[in-house]
Write a protein that binds this ligand. Structure first.
Ligand code: CMX
Length: 146
């Protein structure tokens, strides 16, 4: 990794789905991906699964399946407006505090003043699609060892 690089790689692409079990079935049985991790994140209002290849989270690029936990969920709102589909792109970073500072310095507004907790305990934040050319951009610092 070059010292000037902000990002390590694409960590995952997030897909909004109405039903997590059905989406897992399609992406494993038809697409041949593997479920690497599954959890409920109350704060984000989602039931989610990370699918991909390899043996553990954040080993390779992943697909995150995101189903709404309730009707107030960001994902419920997204599904009502757009239907199922790509909701976010997520870049992996080594130091989210340093990258957040750099992005803010360059005029990109992040949604949260401090990182929140994402998949598998990762530290996450988001840049609003209005600041990033129409793509909801997440940045994630996975837990060391994942
Ligand atoms: N991708 C691209 N554009 C999007 C978008 C998305 N996912 N979500 C909203 N937008 C656009 C809308 O199209 C709309 O544009 P126009 O004004 O041109 O019509 C504008 O943003 C506002 O849309 P909205 O429906 O009113 O949405 P909100 O402002 O209520 O919410 C956002 C947008 C980004 C603040 C909200 O989705 C958010 O807080 N996201 C971050 C948290 C999150 O996504 N959590 C779930 C995943 C958890 C995880 O990854 O772990």
């Amino acid at each position: 990794m070059n010292n000037d690089d902000l990002f390590i790689c694409i960590d995952h692409v997030g897909l909004a789905v109405p039903d997590l079990d059905e989406a897992i079935k399609f992406h494993t049985e038809v697409m041949g991906w593997r479920v690497l991790h599954r959890e409920t994140n109350e704060e984000q209002g989602v039931e989610e699964a990370m699918i991909g290849t390899g043996d553990q989270l954040a080993e390779n690029a992943q697909i995150q399946l995101l189903a709404p936990l309730n009707e107030n969920s960001t994902i419920a709102k997204f599904l009502a407006k757009n239907g199922p589909g790509m909701q976010q792109l997520c870049y992996r970073v080594a130091d989210i505090d340093a990258v957040s500072a750099k992005l803010r310095e360059r005029g990109v507004r992040l949604l949260y003043p401090e990182p929140k907790t994402g998949t598998g305990g990762a530290r996450i934040n988001f840049a609003h699609p209005k600041d990033t050319g129409g793509v909801l951009l997440e940045i994630t610092q996975p837990v060391a060892g994942h």
